[in-house]
Design a protein around this ligand. Structure first.
Ligand SMILES: Nc1ncnc2c1ncn2[C@@H]1O[C@H](COP(=O)(O)OP(=O)(O)O)[C@@H](O)[C@H]1O
Ligand SMILES: [Mg+2]
Length: 289
């Protein structure tokens, strides 16, 4: 029986469980593991996780790589890359996950491919950051490798804004600063699998807030995309090289792609739209092994 790995942090996570069920339903064996007890032996080429050699897997679906110290995160990536070089199918591919995880790289990629995205400046210089801020007036700062709305903050062109930018540059070495897009208190998460939109939800921030991530208290609601939004989502997923992706869109004077997530949760789409994204992901993987 073909063995399909599923990389998780929390084995009880909704998406991990759905992927595991979908693999079983296709007559394959799901092997759920987290990169927490991993030894790579360069001389033998064996990569052992919890006593199991993961080089014998046919494919690995990456639900979530989990938090790790910097070298640990690089190690997890390197293992995925090594597995891929050994012929194991990795979905999403490590290069696609890396493109999505890095907001600088994604913004650059959107710009280059004509995908509308808010004006963004990335700089290690306070002068550069203040120049950007004075142009934007109201801006949003985000960690380059952030997720779940953590560390996303509003800054204005005043003393406090300057202090905030200085602190971020001192702490992170670089600041990602983006024009704030005035909106009606919600954004859109689109779930794309294998070049198809499977579902979309609005996420509305809690009262008085403007950060719409579900993990920050955003409320999900079914969303019907415009044709343009659907096309933008498919294009973002394609240029990122993802098989499955969560594309964040904000509606201002037009629709902008904010970011693309290469390890998205399927839970919000399931709960709001009753669409389980896992069988489509597994179907794609089946076609590759
Ligand atoms: N430029 C912006 N203008 C207005 N709101 C924004 C902007 N960028 C982000 N947000 C809000 O912050 C949330 C998190 O930003 P996002 O870029 O998706 O980063 P994360 O990876 O942390 O989810 C978005 O879902 C949206 O609600
Ligand atoms: Mg987001």
């Amino acid at each position: 029986m073909k063995k399909i790995g599923i990389v998780v942090t929390d084995p009880h996570d909704w998406t991990a469980s759905a992927l595991s069920c979908a693999v079983t339903e296709r007559g394959m064996e799901p092997v759920t593991f987290s990169f927490q007890n991993t030894t790579s032996d360069i001389s033998s080429g064996r990569i052992i996780v919890d006593g199991m050699d993961i080089t014998s897997l046919e494919a690995v679906i990456v639900r979530d790589l989990g938090p790790a110290a910097r070298n640990g995160a690089v190690f997890r990536f390197d293992i995925l890359t090594q597995l891929e070089e050994m012929g194991v199918v990795i979905v999403n591919s490590p290069s696609a996950i890396a493109r999505c995880a890095n907001k600088y790289v994604s913004s650059f990629m959107f710009g280059k491919n004509g995908i509308p995205t808010p004006k963004t400046v990335v700089t290690d210089s306070l002068d550069g950051a203040m120049d950007a801020l004075s142009g934007f007036g109201r801006a949003v700062v985000k960690p380059v490798f952030g997720y779940k709305g953590i560390g996303v903050e509003c800054v204005r062109n005043d003393e406090n804004g300057m202090r905030k930018l200085r602190d971020i540059i001192e702490k992170d070495g670089v600041v990602y600063i983006q024009e704030f897009i005035p909106n009606n208190g919600r954004d859109i998460r689109v779930f794309v699998v294998d070049n198809r939109v499977l579902g979309a939800i609005y996420r509305a921030a809690p009262d008085g807030g403007w950060i719409n991530n579900l993990s920050q208290g955003g409320r999900p609601e079914v969303c019907t995309l415009t044709e343009e939004q659907e096309a933008l989502s498919l294009k973002a997923a394609r240029v990122a090289g993802t098989v499955f992706a969560g594309v964040d869109i904000i509606e201002g004077d037009r629709s902008y792609v904010l970011e693309i997530n290469g390890t998205p949760s399927g839970k919000g789409i399931f709960e709001s739209c009753r669409v389980d994204v896992a069988p489509a992901i597994v179907e794609y993987v089946c076609g590759m092994v």
